[in-house]
Write a protein that binds this ligand. Structure first.
Ligand code: PRP
Length: 212
């Protein structure tokens, strides 16, 4: 009996987009379309596939441990988690940017190698950017959400955060000061699965690539 290939998807909008893409290459999961369902795991017996819904930052964990063969989550999360997994495909949706943002007057703090306070949900990305790219010593303050609040209330000088439309920044008088990197949804694969199930996984990657 063919073994199940298991997908770990990021709960929410990213999972919906991922399912749309998978559907375009003939991979469906009817069970998952019921929006009122609180089920977390779904099976397509015919294709021998399983899908589960996880929080974004947990997707690389499931994939590294091999309980999911394939995962789909944001590049931000993949960089921050830094797990031993293969990133195999840029899915070209969920596009946004990781940026250093703040009040316009904070811009000069970024050009003088001064010690500044950076609030972020992504301490690894922020540390890597300031230490390795800008050679600037910073004090990283880890927050879990509503990062834009930090410079407003005086917790930090700047933030390192995701910008999609820029609306949150604009409505709070903040702006993009520097761009760290572009982001989008990526497909990741467990390193052992990539060898053991090479044929099935490669075929999925290739079909998806053709749809990009
Ligand atoms: C993200 C991000 C920004 C916002 C950017 O937050 O952290 O706050 O979206 O989007 P925009 O540029 O289109 O305004 P999210 O809504 O995921 O919630 P969070 O504040 O809990 O991180």
């Amino acid at each position: 009996m063919t073994r199940y290939l298991t997908f770990a998807l990021t709960k929410g909008r990213l999972a919906d987009k991922t399912l749309e893409k998978l559907e375009s290459i003939g991979i469906t999961c009817e069970e998952m379309k019921d929006k009122s369902s609180r089920k977390l795991i779904f099976v397509n017996e015919e294709l021998r596939l399983k899908f589960f819904l996880a929080k974004g930052p947990d997707v690389p964990t499931y994939v590294e441990h091999g309980v999911a063969d394939i995962g789909v989550t944001g590049k931000d999360i993949i960089m921050e988690e830094n797990r031993a997994i293969y990133e195999v495909l840029d899915l070209d949706f969920g596009k946004c940017r990781m940026c250093i943002c703040g009040y316009p007057k904070a811009k000069e703090l970024l050009s003088h190698h001064e010690m500044i306070r950076v609030a972020t949900k992504y301490p690894r990305i922020a540390r890597d950017y300031f230490h390795n790219k800008k050679h600037q010593t910073v004090d990283i303050i880890k927050l879990n959400g509503s990062i834009e609040l930090a410079p407003i209330v005086g917790l930090s000088d700047v933030i390192c955060d995701i910008v999609e439309t820029g609306t949150t920044l604009k409505e709070n008088g903040l702006e993009v000061l520097e761009e760290v990197c572009p982001l989008s949804a990526r497909m990741v694969v467990n390193q052992v699965s990539m060898r053991m199930e090479a044929e099935r996984i490669r075929s999925i990657i290739n079909k998806l690539r053709e749809k990009l």
